[in-house]
Design a protein around this ligand. Structure first.
Ligand SMILES: [Zn+2]
Ligand SMILES: [Zn+2]
Length: 254
């Protein structure tokens, strides 16, 4: 029934939020989405060597690092290295980027640390020349030769690259969503994957309309007038974010 479906969504979302809390992981959407090891990413394309694909402004309501919400005065900034949208506090550093001819450009704190690491690696230690038979370069040759399709995965446009029909999603299905009690309902396709809630217009869509990391969110079921309530709330820091309503039994779809 639809109440069961509602409960399944509640469980899936709660689980995603729980995982954040349990592992205390730092929010890093590109990492969690692609499950890519940043060390290995560097093997084929060091940070800053290519222009990132900018995540469109409208997709982010909060900083992708510290999750502080953007307002008219707390503005969005793009990291020139990874393309993420972050707040000014999380992008206070500048670093030279290869693709920008090493001109200092705004980078997020994550990238700044990575770039500093890269700087250190590039400086030869104690003046010894880089030996091509050194274990580390042998390893990197091995890593580069693995045809793992990583080249495709490292595109930071991960947000729109996640197809609505993604197979390893935690949960997917149609739900009605409203932004407030007096706002109209929209019938949309939702996918939860790697603790991120993606919104699509339809299940066949390749590009998500929105993506919302579930860090800092809570869900609560809503007791309706009738016992079979299909409604639940998604809250962020006790503010109502969205109201969801499970499909009626006839159109319910997984
Ligand atoms: Zn921030
Ligand atoms: Zn960055």
């Amino acid at each position: 029934s639809s109440a069961t479906e509602r409960d399944e969504w509640l469980e899936a979302i709660s689980k995603s939020i729980e995982e954040y809390t349990k592992k205390r992981i730092t929010f890093n959407p590109s990492k969690s989405l692609e499950e890519a090891d940043p060390e290995k990413q560097e093997e084929d394309s060091p940070l800053g060597s290519k222009a990132p694909i900018w995540i469109p402004d409208t997709r982010a309501t909060m900083c992708m690092i510290c999750t502080s919400e953007f307002t008219l005065t707390w503005r969005r900034h793009h990291c020139r290295a990874c393309g993420k949208i972050v707040c000014q506090a999380c992008s206070s550093n500048k670093h030279g980027l290869d693709y920008m001819k090493n001109q200092p450009a705004r980078v997020c704190d994550h990238c700044f640390r990575e770039l500093q690491k890269q700087d250190n690696q590039c400086t030869p230690k104690s003046g010894s020349p880089v030996n091509h038979k050194s274990p580390s370069s042998a390893l990197s040759t091995v890593l580069q030769s693995i045809p793992s399709g990583r080249k495709q995965k490292k595109i930071p446009a991960a947000l729109k690259e996640v197809s609505a029909n993604t197979e390893d999603s935690t949960m997917s299905g149609y739900l009605h969503r409203s932004k407030g009690s007096k706002k109209p309902w929209k019938h949309l396709w939702f996918v939860i994957k790697n603790k991120v809630l993606y919104t699509y217009a339809a299940s066949e869509d390749v590009a998500a309309l929105e993506s919302q990391p579930l860090l800092g969110f809570t869900v609560s079921e809503v007791k309706g007038e009738n016992s079979e309530s299909r409604v639940f709330h998604l809250l962020h820091k006790n503010t109502l974010f969205y109201i969801f309503k499970a499909d009626d039994p006839h159109t319910a779809q997984k």
